[in-house]
Design a protein around this ligand. Structure first.
Ligand SMILES: [Fe+2]
Ligand SMILES: [Fe+2]
Length: 338
């Protein structure tokens, strides 16, 4: 692809300012991808083309979206300029013969991002925000750059969080809401979360064991908060995902220290418990997220291994985060204090 052809489109439409902006985005993006080993050419193309629809007015964008029978988000209906990301994709595909799905995807969501965003999507999204076309340094610049040291996901979340926090999105596009939920990092629960942990434990137990009688439930509601007060962040660590302040997914990691042996040389082992997502929040990858956070902490705490008992429903998730089948060499036995 001849970059000059792209530049000429901006120039013939007297969009010198946008051209300067997309070139700056390309430079930022190329610097970013060096860290992640992505393709420079693809990144540069996506960056240079991301605002190519500047040649259209918002009214023309809306008319074309209607003519093409595109699903129009309520936010795009109210602010047709938001369609410019999807229009740029259309121009890239139809006028510049770009068919690489990663390039097209990155152009298509450079303003709002979207759920399950790929690496190129995130790089172009962030580069666009970091190379803004207004005077001075963006007010979110430092906090996004700081998060970038951690990960692309953390930086993307930080920018979206900044927008929601400051009410900058009067009518958020569905895609940005989904990206926000998708990128939200799990947090490690503290004492302020004991009521939420108790509820999630009860819900998990009821789903796992069936409805419990009122006496048992009443007893657990007293005992569980006492347990968490005594053990939380000492020998049990709980990972939570919140949506609008509500804890909706969790996983617990129980850490036990035993006399070391060659199989657990650090003497410290983990047991996964209570992996649970509220029914309305399933199929969003929250189970994987809390498990990833839990296993990262397990590494940091130098646990020799982490074990769990999986239901059929959870098996594929645990395989996906690295668990393997364990063949017991011994008889599993238990003594009950009856
Ligand atoms: Fe844009
Ligand atoms: Fe842009």
């Amino acid at each position: 692809m001849n970059y000059q052809m792209i530049e000429n489109v901006y120039l013939t439409h007297h969009k010198e300012r946008t051209l300067a902006h997309v070139k700056e985005v390309a430079e930022t993006a190329v610097r970013l991808v060096e860290r992640y080993g992505l393709d420079m050419e693809k990144t540069r193309l996506a960056a240079l083309l991301h605002d190519i629809s500047v040649v259209m007015t918002p009214r023309e964008m809306h008319a074309l979206a209607v003519a093409r029978g595109m699903d129009i988000d309520p936010a795009e209906e109210k602010y047709p300029f938001l369609l410019h990301q999807r229009m740029s994709k259309m121009i890239a595909e139809e006028k510049f013969d770009i068919h690489d799905p990663e390039i097209l995807s990155a152009i298509e969501c450079h303003t709002t991002l979207k759920k399950h965003a790929g690496m190129y999507d995130k790089v172009i999204f962030l580069s666009d925000k970091l190379s803004w076309d207004q005077q001075g340094v963006p007010p979110y610049y430092d906090r996004v750059m700081e998060k970038l040291e951690e990960s692309l996901d953390a930086a993307c979340f930080e920018f979206i969080d900044y927008q929601f926090e400051n009410n900058l999105l009067l009518m958020p596009h569905q895609w940005i809401k989904e990206a926000y939920a998708d990128l939200r990092p799990p947090m490690c629960a503290d004492m302020a979360d004991i009521a939420a942990l108790t509820q999630l434990r009860l819900k998990y137990l009821q789903e796992d064991l069936g409805k419990m009688d009122e006496d048992t439930q009443a007893r657990l509601m007293i005992d569980l908060p006492l347990y968490f007060e005594k053990h939380l962040n000492r020998d049990i660590f709980c990972y939570l995902i919140r949506e609008q302040g509500e804890a909706v997914a969790c996983a617990f990691l129980l850490v036990t220290e035993k006399p070391a042996n060659p199989m657990f040389i650090t003497g410290k082992c983990g047991t996964v418990m209570n992996v649970y997502t509220e029914p309305a929040y399933r199929k969003r990858g929250y189970g994987k997220k809390v498990m990833d956070a839990l296993l990262q902490d397990a590494k940091n705490m130098q646990l020799s291994y982490v074990e769990l008992k999986s239901t059929e429903a959870g098996y594929l998730l645990y395989r996906a985060v690295g668990f393997e089948d364990d063949v017991p060499q011994y008889h599993l036995m238990k003594w009950y204090n009856r």
